[in-house]
Ligand binder design. Sequence first.
Ligand SMILES: [Zn+2]
Length: 308
Amino acid sequence: MRTAYISHRACHEHDTGEGHPESARRISAIEDQFVTTSLFDVLRYYDAPEVTQEQLLRVHSAEHLEALEAAMPKSGYARLDPDTVISPATLQAARRAAGAAVLAVDLVMSGEMESAFCCVRPPGHHAESRRAMGFCLYNNIAVGAAHALETYGLKRVAIIDFDVHHGNGTEDIFSEEPRVLFCSSYQHPFFPYTQILENSPNRVSVPLEATAKSEEFRAAVTDHWLPALDRFKPEFIFISAGFDAHRDDEMSHVCLTDQDFIWVTEQIVRVAEKSASGKIVSALEGGYDLNSLARCVEAHVRVLMDLH
Ligand SMILES: [Zn+2]
């Protein structure tokens, strides 16, 4: 399988300050892992382009975009909320992170690549149409999905989010969009403390107890996501790939293992092969324990490439 690896130097330069869990060390850990395991030898590297205003406006309000630009400090740090630290290089990183998802869609739709992994930060799935939150400024995966709908005229795309936090931003952006099926699982109650909406033909949200382990997670996927995906028959699949439900990750209480991330990626690949000719774009969301993050991203990409 030809898989693109999309990132940008700017994603390293987004500085969140000493001790912040969402740091550039996350991307360095992943890239070190890819070097030591020779995964980079079989991936095609692409520099993420800057997202355009038009691409952002498909999912964010003009007011949100203006407010973000106005909030960027010239030096030092500022906070958009207690967790979301920004600094002078942040906007450029966010523009590359969202641009990565757009390029990923273009590469896969053109057939140049069969799948793509966007190794980017800041992450995106908490960013709503009108607000930044939870380390996220622009909703990268939503920008990618909207690009697939608007530029390529796709009728059905699925976004699958296995980050341990609820992808409230993605849910907010596409709640009234029948062309998008959003499947998520997340620890509940937990940040971002979203109210659970009733599931619908385009929303399958599965809250997990803090005590959840492999069994509960796999049941959520098997009993809820897979039947919905089977009915929906997505033409393209996006993954909000967060690895903070790992048992070694102190950000949450859910206890998944490396094997669970491999397994869920296999399930997604199977769905993609069935209805989407294998087309998958995955973008990094959370994952804060550097060792398990690096290992699980490597394993995730190997499954996308059919190399495991
Ligand atoms: Zn998360």
